[in-house]
Design a protein around this ligand. Structure first.
Ligand code: BGC
Length: 469
């Protein structure tokens, strides 16, 4: 199973999850600093990312890991409040620029292509204080930040992700309130945030397009989270529709406006309007784009970046109690197949990724696809031998190979989550996704390869699997 020549093999991380140095050298606080410092058992054992993997001071150690794997690409994120402590260009933190310059330069010197995410969940607290993603003012702030990054790093960075998983962020942070700022707005906040996230992404893409593209010749997209949804009963029309609705509310919610026509999927609009009416709202809880906004949003991505972890079976379930909430709006029940194996909290469904890739190909006009995250967690490992976990990665690579060879999907890059064990948001350090084990009790934060690191290095060296279909 030899992958096409030039296929990219990478790994991903995100600033808050690995860097630490939360207030080092002039960095301003992000919402995750505030949230974790407030305690309240919202994060496993009230853990914080204050030190995390220590990558702010231990970048050289990360680089050794990257070289050991032989990655062709490394995806990392910039901490907005490390560069712009209050979120605005009113004050620029040179130390932050120096840190990321070093990472970018070291990667390029070692023949590794950087893929840079501008924003991975860690909004500057100062901007959250002004309303965060619920406020339209954030669009301008994000665009200015994006321009600042393009002009500072864009001479060397050619692959940009504006926003990581806007769909997860909108729901977790502003609908359910389980991510900072921690305040639920069931059935309204997620949609309002999503609306602003889409516009902010589109604005920054236009900034790149008009101000930087000609000279820098890079590409800009956003990374959308998507699971695969399979009808629980493949013969049931209502289950089939429920599965389509699940994908529409997750992937297409962001992808259709950006890749197709500037507007939300019809089923999303009609379902939310229907529920809102039933609940006595004067209009739909989903905001509408103006015609001008639709024109501005349409076509604002240069490749399709998707992040897949798992799949679910889906069944129609009427929202009888007329509960107001994002999940209730979709009117479905999701659950795993009893035969699916589970690693930590992720059900292992390697074939889901192939179905998802085929869906993207068919729905979005055969775009160039990057998988910018995919991975499997483990709890506190008894040993560094994660052979079982590796087996699921291997099965995933088989599915990717089939997607490319048999389904003719235009997949160009695979980035695993993650290079290192790191701060897994509300699960703290209890859920480990790394190829390298990190000892979070040891101040030196040593990085030691799991078996999977050695296996991934072989895959990269061989550009595929040494087996046939
Ligand atoms: C996020 C990562 C996270 C990973 C595993 C994705 O939702 O982008 O930050 O660590 O999934 O949960």
């Amino acid at each position: 199973m030899a992958f096409p020549a030039g296929f990219g093999w990478g790994a991903s991380t995100a600033a808050y999850q690995v860097e630490g140095g939360w207030d080092a050298d002039g960095k301003g606080p992000s919402v995750w600093d505030t949230f974790t410092h407030q305690g309240g058992e919202r994060v496993f054992q009230n853990q914080t990312g204050d030190v995390a993997c220590g990558s702010y001071t231990l970048w050289e150690e990360d680089l050794k890991c990257i070289k050991q794997l032989g990655l062709t690409h490394y995806r990392f994120s910039l901490s907005w409040s490390r560069l712009l402590p209050d979120g605005t260009t009113g004050f620029i933190n040179q130390k932050g620029i120096d840190y990321y310059n070093k990472i970018i330069d070291d990667l390029l010197t070692n023949g590794v292509t950087p893929i840079v995410t501008l924003y991975h969940f860690d909004l500057p607290q100062a901007l959250e204080d002004k309303g965060g993603w619920l406020s339209e003012a954030i669009i301008e702030s994000f665009d200015k930040y994006a321009r600042f990054c393009f002009s500072t790093f864009g001479d060397r960075v050619k692959q940009w992700i504006t926003i990581n998983e806007p769909n997860i962020l909108a729901i977790m942070a502003y609908d359910l309130g389980v991510f900072p700022p921690g305040v639920p707005h069931f059935g309204t906040g997620g949609y309002q945030a999503a609306h602003n996230l889409i516009k902010a992404h589109a604005r920054s893409w236009h900034s790149y397009d008009s101000l930087f593209r000609k000279e820098q010749k890079g590409m800009v997209s956003l990374a959308i989270f998507a699971g695969w949804a399979e009808p629980a009963d493949t013969n049931s029309v209502s289950d089939q529709e429920a599965a389509k609705r699940a994908i529409a509310f997750c992937l297409d919610f962001f992808a259709k406006p950006i890749f197709i026509d500037g507007d939300y999927p019809e089923v999303v609009k009609s379902q939310i309007a229907f529920m809102s009416k039933k609940q006595g709202y004067p209009s739909s809880r989903l905001p509408e784009f103006t015609e001008e906004e639709k024109r501005m949003i349409k076509g604002t991505a240069d490749f399709f970046a998707v992040q897949y972890y798992t799949s679910r079976l889906v069944k129609y379930q009427e929202n009888k109690k007329e509960e107001v909430g994002f999940l209730q709006d979709v009117e479905l029940q999701v659950f795993p197949d009893p035969s699916w194996k589970r690693l930590d909290w992720v059900y292992v469904v390697p074939w889901g990724i192939r179905k998802l890739l085929k869906y993207i190909k068919d729905t979005y006009n055969n775009p160039v696809i990057y998988i910018t995250e995919n991975g499997l967690p483990q709890g506190d490992p008894a040993s560094l031998d994660d052979t079982q976990r590796w087996e699921y990665f291997r099965q995933t690579f088989q599915e990717l190979f089939k997607a490319i060879q048999l389904d003719k999907v235009n997949l160009k890059l695979y980035c695993a989550w993650s290079l290192l064990d790191n701060f897994e948001w509300t699960q703290g350090y209890s859920s480990r996704f790394g190829f390298f084990h990190v000892d979070f009790e040891d101040p030196a934060r040593p990085r030691v390869p799991y078996t999977s690191a050695k296996e991934y290095a072989k895959i990269i060296r061989n550009n595929g699997l040494k087996e046939s279909l």
